[in-house]
Design a protein around this ligand. Structure first.
Ligand code: SAH
Ligand code: SF4
Length: 349
């Protein structure tokens, strides 16, 4: 019989499992606390539990935990980037950023990605597999243990498309916001999507207070379909319709991500078209100087073009920021460290 992934169970499910094994409820309370508040990575670390009980738990359950393969710390701004190894040998990335209001972690939700965006390193080599709730949580727990700090904000902006791993991501959100666990409020969580429209409607129905980030990157179908294949399925107007409804229903400001790529999406005409398209949507526009990726052809827009783009959007009344590049010395954008490691492994074969 295979062992159960104990970290992916919520408190009720753990109580149920323990009941079936003949264990009292207070044991579930203790174990849940060790797993999700103290974030231990082994049953042996549960010091108020007897040796016999630890053996019994180890026979029935497994604690998923991320092993640190590589850790890079930025000399400029304390950004820390991890490359983790999973038990099946896959690699995973996550980044911890040190902001003035606390530590934010950027977690991955899949190994690889199916979406195939032209500018992104995460999708190179395709999709490997979904991450379990415990594997998404595991990134946070491993970073907290390693850095001896508490994470206060989460962004689901690492490798993978969160809404393509919908059920596991929803379970992760309920576990991480659980009062009996890390208790990180939904208002401190952002989920970024390339625009899987039906799942945005599903999210809307849940009425969660999390921030939705939408990777728009283009003002029209012509440009967007060239750089984001997902746009062939759900076009810009269909996506923006869902976004408007999301803003209206939740009263939460949507964040539109726009990676500025030289000669692709950064002209004044694009800015004007974008400004008009987003009119009437409760939103914030985040301009990101695109990261250049070795295997990809796009180039980052000039700073002066990004500034002009921002001014045009502001002239139309939009709130715009240019994202600060954190950890620029450690290749902090997701997907790149994993790519390097896979190349290194192939060379050593
Ligand atoms: N799959 C989700 C979340 C992960 S990607 C999504 O696409 O939204 C996180 C963000 O990084 C997205 O906004 C994505 O478009 C952006 N991104 C990917 N590659 C990039 C690059 N080379 N330069 C700048 N932003 C990039
Ligand atoms: Fe996947 Fe997001 Fe990268 Fe697109 S940008 S390939 S959706 S991770």
């Amino acid at each position: 019989m295979s062992k159960k992934d104990i970290v992916s169970l919520n408190f009720e499910e753990l109580c149920e499992e323990f009941k079936e094994l003949g264990l009292p409820k207070f044991r579930a309370t203790q174990v849940y606390d060790w797993l999700h508040k103290k974030c231990v990575s082994s049953f042996e670390d549960m010091t108020n539990i007897s040796k016999d009980m630890i053996r019994f738990l180890s026979d029935n359950f497994v604690i998923f935990s991320c092993t640190i393969e590589k850790k890079l710390v930025s000399q400029y701004d304390n950004t820390v980037k991890y490359l983790f190894t999973l038990p099946d040998g896959e690699y995973l990335e996550c980044v911890v950023m040190d902001y003035k209001y606390g530590h934010t972690i950027c977690v991955s939700t899949q190994v690889g990605c199916k979406m195939g965006c032209a500018f992104c390193a995460s999708g190179i080599g395709g999709f490997k597999r979904h991450l379990a709730p415990s594997e998404i949580l595991g990134q946070i727990y491993a970073a907290q243990r390693d850095l001896s700090l508490r994470i206060s904000r989460i962004v689901l902006m690492g490798m993978g498309e969160p809404l393509d791993n919908y059920d596991n991501v929803m379970k992760f959100l309920s576990l991480v916001s659980d009062e009996k666990g890390l208790n990180i409020g939904m208002r401190h969580i952002s989920l970024s999507t390339s625009g899987i429209v039906p799942r945005i409607y599903d999210l809307l129905d849940k009425n969660l207070q999390l921030t939705l980030s939408v990777s728009l990157h283009a003002p029209n179908d012509e440009i967007r379909s060239k750089i984001m294949p997902v746009n062939n399925k759900w076009g810009v107007d269909e996506l923006l319709k869902a976004c408007k409804l999301y803003g209206d229903k939740t009263s939460r400001r949507i964040s539109f991500e726009y990676a500025m790529m030289k000669g692709v999406n950064d002209t004044p005409e694009c800015a004007k078209e974008l400004a008009l398209k987003l009119k009437g949507i409760l939103c914030h526009i985040n301009l990101i100087p695109a990261n250049e990726v070795a295997e990809k052809s796009h180039k980052r827009s000039a700073d002066s073009d990004i500034e002009s783009f921002k001014k045009i959007l502001e002239k139309y009344g939009h709130t715009v920021t240019i994202r600060r590049t954190l950890g620029s010395d450690i290749n902090a954008s997701c997907g790149q460290l994993r790519r390097e490691k896979i190349k290194e492994d192939n060379n050593n074969k």
